[in-house]
Design a protein around this ligand. Structure first.
Ligand SMILES: Nc1ncnc2c1ncn2[C@@H]1O[C@H](COP(=O)(O)OP(=O)(O)OP(=O)(O)O)[C@@H](O)[C@H]1O
Ligand SMILES: [Mg+2]
Ligand SMILES: [Mg+2]
Length: 716
């Protein structure tokens, strides 16, 4: 009771403080059609500045709905405050960021978390969002630290670390059914409402608030919700539909106010409150540090900003190496957040975010970038990245580019791994970076990428394998539990070759040459193509391994794209156009867009109808049929007045197309990069190359990358 009162008091004060922005929300909502959320970011914070250099972290998500929380609709604050002013005000605590009102060791109510979500959703400044989250985490740490990990997963709409491969993303039909069942409203009404608003979460909330209840239901706790979400994600099979609906209905009937909205959005796999991993990490750094200060009796309101930055850096760095919140938080609590880097490092069994490369358009560009430094040229294989982990207990794990557990896909590799260790070398554990490529055992040659994609992804049985693979190892990141990532590349390569041995056609090292002049590099490039590769990877000899970074120390040179923009682009299929002539009955063209990890929106990039074979049209149409949605998602950014970007049907963000283009140009019709240029950056003469099965919608090429490609083209 006392707790409820504290909470009530707390949220009344919160309401007072936010009443202005709440009013703005309503006004905003009126003028803001769901179709064109014109968001203006007025405050450029550190994160935004950093994103220039930072890479897009590969994210899991192959399901029909992305699992990342993101925010499509941010409000336009009426007054413009500078970043510095905001920091000062935040420091002086003039801006209310308090959200919690927890009591020691009592279970945390879901309503409390949802009210925090609501507050975050109303907020457009990333800096303030981080502040709200860190205040909340700080309260949680003081009252029930063991709940922090659950709270983090609920906040980023995940059910565990990426490599657990467990995700939500329930379809609208099932959710509509659940809402109907729990609120007694008709499917037709809910569907009509959905057509109007595009947000099932809000519909659930309104529907719940209309119900008069005889009994006050028992409130939901975060642990119950998390357990239920996991159960839903884990249930498969024929009876799972009704089981899932049952769980959802039960939860919905305990929901009050905004709880229903966020619960439904979580189930959809689209929380949309603008919280990504990177904001969570920053909030975590600050709250952990404050908590330490408080425990030591120091003034946690006056922490030296340089210490906060240090904590942020250590949290981010360690998370890139060990992508598991539980491990990081535990270590921080035990050793102090400022000692994280000495106490957490990569470990076999937990994937690290792979280092990525930047595209180049000419050999001369490489020589410019790497002038006076030693570099090496390696074949660039066209397969799938495989991060191979050998654990001290003999277990083997294989992770994808997006830290998904792919172990089940490669039983052949797992069986043979011990043969790849040199006799006499003691190798108890390792983390190896490599590319797995389809291999023709008869002709002893590399097969195209398409062949590899025909191998099943899950539950592959040794005896059923038809597509053989050869692994081309190119880096060793950890050996016998000792991290090697801080050593220069040439040393890592030497250690790799010293401990491992090739088995032709099964396990080889990436072919390389240390070259210096244009002619030799050109020859090696041509040879790589003859040997069924895509081109070359050029790596700085002295470079450390930078987890998750798209680093300029690794350059990719793809022969096919040298005449174009240097690389292909991966875009998400957002809409379809009905085919004519021999494409009648299928989709004959598609609207594509890319995912913006900062706003959580999909920004349209181009329309495409070329490069597809008849089979492509047929198979894509078949794949897309089930993902048709009655109207565009609120987080699709497109020009609704232009028929070019208003397709005949809209799809869930699901399929990723790899596209090649002659060049990039500005176009008023599309929205990619429109914040920067006013107009969008679009693809000229786009051609479909292939479906990217290994990338989820949120792994598409980011607007920042497209801007970079556009600018490098303009510069040349
Ligand atoms: N020798 C090599 N060294 C490093 N990576 C290699 C090598 N050979 C092949 N690769 C593969 O090339 C990838 C980088 O280029 P690619 O264009 O294929 O990337 P991608 O998967 O399309 O992702 P993105 O375009 O987002 O970088 C690496 O992630 C890796 O899978
Ligand atoms: Mg590739
Ligand atoms: Mg690519």
């Amino acid at each position: 009771m006392a707790k409820q009162q504290t909470l009530a008091r707390f949220f009344t004060s919160m309401k007072k403080n936010t009443s202005k922005s709440v009013k703005e929300t309503d006004d905003q909502k009126k003028s803001d059609t769901p179709k064109s959320p014109e968001k203006k970011k007025i405050i450029k914070d550190e994160e935004d500045q950093q994103k220039q250099q930072k890479s897009v972290v590969g994210k899991r998500s192959r399901s029909s709905s992305p699992s990342r929380s993101s925010s499509p609709k941010k409000l336009k604050p009426s007054v413009q405050i500078s970043d510095e002013d905001l920091k000062k005000e935040l420091a002086a605590d003039k801006i209310d960021t308090k959200v919690a009102g927890l009591e020691k060791s009592k279970p945390i109510l879901y309503s409390l978390l949802c009210k925090t979500f609501d507050k975050i959703e109303q907020e457009s400044s990333r800096l303030k969002i981080i502040e709200i989250v860190s205040e909340f985490f700080f309260e949680v740490l003081q009252n029930s630290p063991e709940s922090l990990v659950t709270i983090i997963y609920l906040s980023i709409n995940k059910l565990g670390p990426d490599y657990d491969n467990l995700e939500l993303g329930l379809g609208e039909t099932l959710l509509i059914k659940s809402i109907c069942e729990s609120t007694g409203r008709s499917t037709a009404t809910i569907k009509a409402n959905y057509k109007e608003t595009g947000d099932l979460g809000s519909i659930a909330q309104t529907s719940r608030s209309r119900q008069s209840l005889m009994f006050k239901p028992k409130p939901l706790t975060i642990e119950t919700v998390f357990k239920n979400l996991k159960e839903i994600a884990e249930s498969t099979g024929s009876a799972s539909q009704s089981k899932k609906i049952g769980i959802i209905v039960r939860m919905l009937s305990s929901c009050n106010g905004v709880e229903a909205k966020f619960l439904i959005r979580s189930l959809e796999g689209k929380l949309r409150i603008g919280l990504a991993d990177k904001s969570i990490l920053l909030a975590l750094a600050k709250s952990l540090l404050s908590f330490e200060y408080q425990k030591q009796g120091k003034n946690y309101n006056k922490i030296d900003p340089s210490l906060i930055s240090d904590a942020e850096l250590q949290i981010k760095d360690t998370f890139n190496q060990v992508s598991n919140y539980e491990v990081i938080i535990k270590a921080a609590m035990e050793h102090g957040v400022l000692n994280l880097k000495d106490n957490v490092s990569l470990q076999p069994g937990i994937p690290l975010k792979p280092m990525l490369a930047k595209p180049t358009k000419a050999i001369t560009e490489i020589l410019d970038k790497f002038s006076n430094t030693n570099f090496t040229c390696e074949y660039k294989y066209d397969g799938e990245r495989a991060q191979i982990h050998l654990l001290s207990d003999g277990k083997v794990k294989i992770y994808s580019r997006n830290s998904e557990d792919m172990t089940e896909r490669y039983p052949d590799l797992i069986q043979a791994l011990s043969n790849f260790i040199k006799p006499g070398k003691s190798v108890k554990s390792l983390i190896l970076d490599s590319e797995a490529v389809a291999w023709d055992r008869v002709d002893k040659k590399i097969l195209p990428f398409q062949v590899l994609t025909t191998r099943k992804r899950k539950d592959v049985k040794l005896e059923d394998i038809k597509v053989q693979i050869c692994v081309f190892a190119f880096d060793l990141l950890c050996l016998n539990d000792e991290p090697l990532i801080h050593k220069p590349f040439n040393e890592r390569r030497a250690i790799m070759m010293d401990h491992l041995q090739i088995t032709p056609g099964q396990f080889q090292f990436a072919t390389y040459k240390n070259l210096e002049n244009i002619e030799e590099i050109q020859q090696f490039l041509d040879q790589s193509i003859k040997d069924s590769c895509e081109g070359l990877m050029i790596k700085l000899m002295s470079s450390t391994y930078e987890p998750s970074q798209r680093s300029s120390n690794w350059l990719k040179l793809k022969k096919d794209y040298l005449q174009d923009i240097g690389d292909s682009i991966d875009l998400v299929c957002l809409g379809g156009y009905h085919g004519k002539g021999k494409r009648t009955g299928k989709y004959g063209g598609f609207l594509l867009g890319c995912y913006n990890p900062d706003s959580g929106e999909y920004e349209t990039t181009c329309k495409i109808g070329t490069g597809f074979s008849d089979e492509d049209f047929a198979s894509l149409s078949e794949k897309l049929v089930g993902t048709v949605i009655s109207q565009p998602k609120t987080y699709y950014r497109y020009d609704k007045d232009n028929s070019k970007s208003s397709p005949d049907v809209w799809f869930e963000p699901n399929l990723v197309f790899e596209i090649r283009t002659a060049d990039l140009s500005l176009s008023p019709v599309y929205k990619t990069g429109a914040d920067k240029y006013g107009k969008g950056i679009s693809l000229r003469f786009p051609r479909f190359i292939r479906l990217r099965d290994d990338k989820g919608p949120e792994d598409s090429t980011s607007p920042d990358q497209i801007i970079e490609l556009y600018e490098s083209q303009v510069n040349i």
